[in-house]
Ligand binder design. Structure first.
Ligand code: AMP
Length: 501
């Protein structure tokens, strides 16, 4: 795998692979520790190539675990601490891992657990000798499995292969060029979201330093900006939501990070407001908008946003297809739509992954093989149109939404809300400002009257939901109603419910 070869190459330099607060991990250490982790896996588990779960946040040792798993021929499954224990257990059961690295002592059962201290011992007591590349993850083997919101109420796994990553690498590397040497790239997105791949694979392949911003810094703006100031950041990668949060402060401007050359955004709508703000405050920095789903290895389109795009009446485009990617805009019958007309965006590319983990039913619905090219295709569920070769995003065709950059299936929330003690049904409405979801409003039917005020009841239900759902999936407003309006199909009529907002 390209990234593993590159780590070996940069290990001969004194470059830093990662900065995490006061900790610095050099490429030489990354090479040695990842070899030791692979050695540990191979010694204890031999040929068993089941995935390795990594439960943590932005701990420095996660990086050697990721590359060590790949060197030992295992996929890794990163799970962020924002995911509640109940969901972590569901994921660990789903992948039937033999070993889970657990930085927070969650108490998983059914597999061996490597806690922080045990991991540190395993890494530091290994020989660190190179692992033969014949053992590395390769070809159509899974490199990672990311779990994303599933409409059944259980997270669904999206595996991505070594070949998928090689392809993305080939297509994306030209967009990673910068003048500063060695580059410093933002490492803020949790490893369990695919946009982090841009830093973990492309940044490392470039010999960049990953500059870590953790959850605690994000919650304390003063601290966050101190770290930005020290960062010497040259390459920004995040969802637009994170940059929107930063730009609310006047301190977020060119002189805070004078070496910043590029912003790369992915994962959700890039608004005109953010583009205008960044162009005004970071004159000279390039803004790249990219688009893609986890199922097709992070991103399939890219465009450098120009002043003309920012000024025209259309939304900011999601970009041109990268290299070998073919995009089609199709109607419901699968017929290609004319230019400038909306339809579902289909991606045909070597970026498209093998399908959902152990879910042939879901895979069959969303993935296909393209007859013309023989390549794999994916139905995105995104409504888009094409104009002059550029693609524009117009919203979803289903119940998937983005909340603060996080991908969420509305039914996932609704199903899990009925696990609250007194909720028999739930209907969730995303409330947006015309461009992006601002918050979630849930209507619930109770099993029995509870005598509580709406406010007290909402607080009680939210506390219960923390056990099942990450915080970004918990509706901000929860309102009990006597009954749900139904449409002619007998389904909850959400248009009518919206009138109660
Ligand atoms: P995820 O799998 O979390 O990366 O989410 C993929 C979905 O995010 C896509 O199917 C789109 O709905 C949305 N998305 C990704 N990039 C963009 C973008 N640049 N603009 C608008 N929506 C986007």
């Amino acid at each position: 795998m390209f990234v593993l070869e590159k780590i070996k190459e940069y290990a001969a330099t004194d470059r830093a692979a990662l900065i995490n607060r006061e900790e610095r991990l050099s490429y030489a250490e990354l090479e040695r520790l990842s070899n030791s982790f692979a050695e540990y896996l191979l010694r204890r588990y031999g040929d068993d190539r089941s995935p390795v779960v990594i439960y943590g946040h932005k701990e420095t040792l996660i990086l050697p675990c990721i590359y060590g798993a790949l060197k030992a021929g295992r996929a890794y499954v990163p799970i962020d601490i924002t995911v509640p224990a109940d969901r972590v257990r569901q994921i660990a059961e789903d992948v039937q891992c033999r070993v889970a690295v657990d930085f927070y002592g969650l108490g998983l059962s059914g597999c061996d657990i490597l806690l922080k201290d045990g991991l540190s011992d395993a890494l530091h007591s290994g020989t660190g000798k190179p692992i033969s590349d014949s053992l590395w993850v390769k070809g159509d083997e899974h490199a990672y499995i990311l779990f994303t919101s599933g409409s059944s109420g259980k997270p669904k796994g999206v595996p991505i292969t070594a070949n998928n990553l090689e392809n993305l690498h080939r297509e994306l590397m030209p967009r990673m060029d910068i003048k500063a040497e060695p580059g410093v790239i933002l490492n803020q997105i949790s490893y369990s979201f695919d946009v982090s791949v841009v830093s973990v694979y492309m940044g490392i392949s470039k010999g960049f330093t990953l500059y870590t911003i953790d959850k605690q810094m994000v919650e304390n703006l003063g601290e966050l900006f101190e770290f930005f100031e020290k960062s010497r950041l040259s390459y920004w990668v995040s969802t637009p939501s994170f940059a929107e949060m930063c730009i609310q402060s006047d301190r977020f401007r060119g002189d805070l990070m004078p070496e910043l050359e590029k912003f790369l955004f992915c994962g959700e709508v890039l608004t005109h407001k953010l583009v205008d703000g960044l162009m005004a405050r970071f004159a000279g920095a390039e803004i790249i908008n990219t688009y893609g789903p986890t199922e097709a290895t992070v991103l399939c389109t890219a465009v450098s946003v120009t002043k003309e795009m920012a000024a025209d009446g259309l939304q900011i485009p999601i970009g041109y297809p990268l290299g070998e990617v073919t995009l089609r805009v199709a109607d419901e019958a699968g017929e290609e739509r004319p230019s400038r007309e909306q339809g579902e965006l289909l991606i045909i590319s070597d970026n498209v992954g093998p399908g959902y983990y152990k879910r042939p039913d879901l895979t069959e619905k969303a993935f296909f093989t393209d007859e013309a090219t023989g390549k794999r295709g994916y139905r995105t569920g995104d409504s888009c149109f094409e104009k002059d070769g550029l693609y524009y995003y117009c919203g979803r065709l289903d119940n998937q939404i983005k909340v603060n950059g996080f991908r969420v299936e509305i039914e996932d929330i609704e199903n899990n809300m009925t696990r609250a003690e007194n909720v028999s049904r739930a209907a969730v409405i995303p409330v947006d400002d015309g461009e992006k979801v601002q918050y979630l409003h849930a209507f619930v039917l109770l099993q029995r009257s509870d005598g509580l005020t709406q406010l007290k009841r909402a607080t009680k239900i939210k506390n219960e939901l923390k056990e099942f759902l990450p915080s970004y999936m918990i509706p901000r407003k929860i309102q009990a109603v006597e009954s749900f309006p139904l449409n002619t199909n007998g389904k909850v009529d959400k248009k009518e419910l919206r009138k109660l907002l």
